[in-house]
Design a protein around this ligand. Structure first.
Ligand code: ADP
Ligand code: MG
Length: 653
């Protein structure tokens, strides 16, 4: 039962006020069939929208089944609309991209969160469209479209049907059919309130109300109300579900809907997916590159040994004349021993010479780096042989012709066959291979596996003819002692070589591996960050792309939003619908981007030889970032959409 009392409606347009309804009072009983007639602009539609809860009055009271509804908020009205009211528009307002069946089932999405129901089929059969349920609106005649719209209005079994000039756009045959349906609905006990232009149609109603200039001009009963209203399907009082929890089924339905809408706009959807995909791929690839570079540097650094110092003789300046590695500061075996003996914080002190040489085995030749080292080298460089053994101090003293080879030589000369015990020639001198070094990988400037290690004394006296060492490598027992040890070394060396105070500054160079490590790590971290920042920017650009497209979509679908609201969608429903679309876009883009980025890293590492490392964390990170971007940039358009007023949205052209 509808009771309105002194309802007014005023539109404010700038400074002007336009009062369209000037105080209307009406009571409409259940089961009535009311026709509203009047000249164009007299306020019929405005009244219908207020009665149909699509709009609120400026003043006055509206009681629906005894409950005051004129002050309810939008969401509460939406719940009442979908549970008690069916609205039929002159323009049909079907959604063009979905089938007749889906159009009829649409209100169920909001009332039951589930469109699986036999009701839409039954209703389509009742309006005589069983064979048209898979047709899209543009494949149906106007009369058929309006019958679909009637079925849609009935799907939630409403108490009242509002029809605003339902036959205004139809030919006379269709008009008769629509009226027949409306009358049969009324016979079943549903209240029908209809606006019409046609005198003839008005005369068929049980009650005829004429309006003029926002006021009721006449109100005549033409046919008595049915006395027996027992057939009237009085619904139980609606319990407006204001549950704030989003259950899983509900979300699935939204995502399903979002997915379908996206599929209907393939090109646009594809483009926004592409934007996110490129962004995510860039993030994955950049992170993989940065991580790879970092891991490589760390690996190399760890193979250099920790707490390692390298002592070299510097250029000594005597009276301003630069003397290259002045005789007084050249390093010898004895220096290495003296350092080891006199500085307790040194774990190892190992002499080193370097050179290049030609290695031959049978008919194969290989030019490589020759390192003359002492046994501690293996521990200091984490280079314990993976096969065979390292040479001993005794072998060093005996200047034994034994050699430990790197992985490159193993591949090049022995084709990975066991080389232990084989004889090779280094610069035409016979050596026996006693061990193979672990593989270390290529560093930026040299291949650490392309090396052959021989005892330092053998190298100096038998291979290279060197009297002095190239450097002494020193390992400090604890990283805390690096500074003081460095000073002790320098002090001892200056004393041993009797360097005059004027030349002390440049006499020796001590390289601290920890410093180098720190500097390199820092550099690689900075680089990774930079790469990630660039990638993040492209992801944001992708997100803005989504927002742009969603905003276009909101504008384009304003009418659709209005219709959805008219059939009972709350703000939350519209918000979630649009949000789920952008989340689907960014999630699909995210997954595609991860695959693309991963492929890109594979190509980069195989084609350009770069070390890359795709980590699970970077994948998870970029996936959630893209989903987050989808939500972030989807929220604004979704809020725009959900904030639309149903009637304004429906009128939007
Ligand atoms: P009817 O359906 O009887 O032809 P309406 O109820 O649609 O008339 O409109 C009544 C009057 O209200 C018209 O003069 C129309 O211009 C005005 N009107 C309707 N909607 C709006 C609006 N949103 N803003 C301003 N004026 C409006
Ligand atoms: Mg109208």
């Amino acid at each position: 039962m509808i009771e309105i009392n002194n309802i007014t409606k005023t539109y404010r347009m700038g400074q002007q006020e336009l009062t369209v309804l000037k105080g209307i009072s009406l009571t409409i009983a259940n089961g009535d069939f009311v026709a509203i007639m009047g000249p164009s602009g007299s306020g019929k539609s405005t009244l219908m929208h207020i009665l149909g809860l699509l709009d609120v009055p400026t003043s006055g009271s509206y009681k629906l089944n005894g409950h005051e509804v004129s002050k309810l908020d939008e969401d509460a009205l939406a719940v009442l609309r979908r549970e008690q009211i069916g609205f039929i528009f002159q323009q049909f307002n079907l959604l063009a991209r979905i089938s007749a069946y889906d159009n009829v089932a649409l209100p169920l999405l909001y009332s039951q969160k589930n469109t699986d129901s036999p009701v839409p089929k039954e209703l389509l059969a009742e309006v005589g469209l069983s064979d048209r349920q898979d047709h899209h609106p543009n494949e149906l005649s106007g009369g058929q479209q309006q019958r679909v719209a009637i079925a849609r209005a009935l799907v939630n079994r409403p108490q009242i049907i509002f029809a605003d000039e339902p036959t205004g756009n139809l030919d006379s045959t269709s008009e008769k059919e629509i009226l027949r349906i409306l009358h049969s609905l009324n016979d079943m006990g549903i209240t029908v309130i209809m606006v019409t232009h046609e005198e003839e149609i008005g005369q068929q109603a049980k009650r005829l109300i004429r309006m003029r200039d926002g006021l009721i001009q006449s109100d005549t009963r033409r046919e008595a109300l049915p006395v027996n209203l027992s057939t009237n399907q009085q619904k139980a009082e609606p319990t407006p579900s204001h549950s704030k929890s989003w259950n899983l089924q509900e979300l699935t339905v939204y995502f399903h809907q979002g997915f379908r809408t996206l599929m209907a706009n393939k090109v646009r959807t594809g483009l926004s997916i592409l934007g996110i995909m490129i962004g995510v791929a860039a993030v994955v690839a950049m992170l993989a590159l940065g991580k790879g570079a970092q891991e490589q540097i760390e690996q190399q650094l760890s193979s250099l040994g920790s707490n390692l110092l390298i002592l070299r003789s510097g250029a000594v300046r005597v009276a301003g004349v630069a003397q290259e590695s002045g005789a007084t500061t050249r390093l010898t075996e004895e220096d290495a021993k003296a350092l080891q003996d006199q500085i307790p914080s040194l774990k190892y002190s190992a002499p080193l010479v370097n050179g290049r040489g030609q290695v031959t085995y049978l008919n194969k030749n290989w030019s490589t780096q020759i390192t003359g080292a002492s046994p501690p080298y293996a521990q200091m460089h984490a280079s314990e042989p993976v096969a065979g053994r390292f040479f001993s101090e005794q072998e060093n003293q005996m200047r034994a012709r034994v050699a430990v080879i790197g992985a490159t030589l193993l591949h090049e000369l022995f084709e990975d066959q066991n080389p232990i015990g084989e004889m090779i020639k280094i610069n035409k001198i016979n050596f026996q291979i006693i061990g193979v070094l672990p593989e270390k990988g290529a560093s930026g400037f040299r291949n650490q596996d392309d090396v052959i290690i021989v005892p330092v004394l053998t190298a100096m006296h038998r291979l290279m003819g060197k009297v002095y060492l190239d450097s002494i490598e020193l390992e400090v027992n604890d990283s805390k002692n690096i500074e003081p040890t460095q000073n002790s070394i320098l002090e001892l060396m200056l004393r041993r070589k009797r360097v005059p105070p004027s030349a002390q500054e440049d006499a020796f160079q001590i390289f601290n591996m920890a410093d180098i490590q720190a500097a390199l790590s820092q550099t690689s971290k900075t680089l990774s960050l930079l790469l990630a920042a660039i990638a993040a920017i492209s992801l944001i650009v992708g997100g803005i792309g989504i927002m742009n497209i969603m905003l276009v979509s909101v504008t384009e679908r304003t009418k659709e939003i209005g219709l959805r609201k008219a059939i009972g969608a709350r703000r939350k429903d519209i918000l979630l619908q649009f949000l789920s679309e952008s989340v689907v876009v960014s999630a699909v883009g995210g997954v595609a981007g991860i695959i693309l980025g991963w492929l890109a890293t594979l190509i980069l590492s195989s084609a350009a030889g770069w070390t890359t490392s795709v980590s699970l964390s970077s994948i998870v990170l970029s996936f959630f970032t893209s989903a987050f971007i989808g939500i972030l940039f989807g929220v604004y358009p979704a809020r725009q959409a959900s904030g639309l007023h149903p009637i304004d949205a429906l009128r939007f052209e």
